[in-house]
Design a protein around this ligand. Structure first.
Ligand code: ZN
Length: 172
């Protein structure tokens, strides 16, 4: 089992916009396998490539139906509102109530280059939107209002993130 260390808040790679995947080749398939293993080991529901230091537009997820990958994902439709306490593998131990669209239609490619279209709601939609943010260099903290963000930064400083302490629980 090959796994990557998960990049944590403060790592500049998490603030960069990732580029489109151009080649669906063996090295991409190996990356995805290692991302699946990393996601399982970390008890994550989703994992975006930049979280393992790869600035490419793809993410893996598993909302109970087995691991899946979407390459070059785009949201083609988003409707409604849904509030959920969201976590992030790059912000261990922190959860925040965030409102985002309730239903999204996502379009992208699978590893064979076939188009995939997924209509998702609630938790699955939330995972998609959270991982897409990672591909644009946006973190959960950027979705908070000013006071909540300040409080979160204080908590992050108090944690010794460099020690790599990870807590279990639902994180995306
Ligand atoms: Zn995350």
């Amino acid at each position: 089992m090959a796994t990557y260390p998960i990049r944590l808040f403060g790592d500049p790679v998490l603030k960069q916009r990732s580029r489109e995947v151009e080649e669906l080749d063996g090295s991409l398939a190996r990356l995805v396998d290692a991302m699946f293993d990393t996601m399982v080991e970390a008890h994550g529901l989703g994992l975006a490539a930049p979280q393992v230091g790869v600035q490419r537009r793809l993410f893996t997820y598993d909302v109970g139906e087995g691991p899946r990958v979407v390459v070059n994902p785009v949201v083609v439709e988003a409707t409604g509102e849904w509030s959920f306490e969201e976590g992030c593998l790059s912000l261990p131990g922190l959860h925040f109530e965030v409102v985002r669209p309730k239903v999204v239609t996502l379009r992208g490619l699978d590893l064979d280059g076939r188009e995939v279209v997924v209509e998702a709601d609630e938790l699955e939609a939330r995972v998609f939107l959270h991982e897409l943010d990672h591909l644009d260099g946006v973190l959960l903290l950027d979705r908070l209002d000013r006071d909540a963000r300040k409080q979160a930064l204080r908590e992050l400083r108090e944690q010794d993130l460099l020690a790599g302490a990870r807590r279990e629980g639902a994180a995306l």
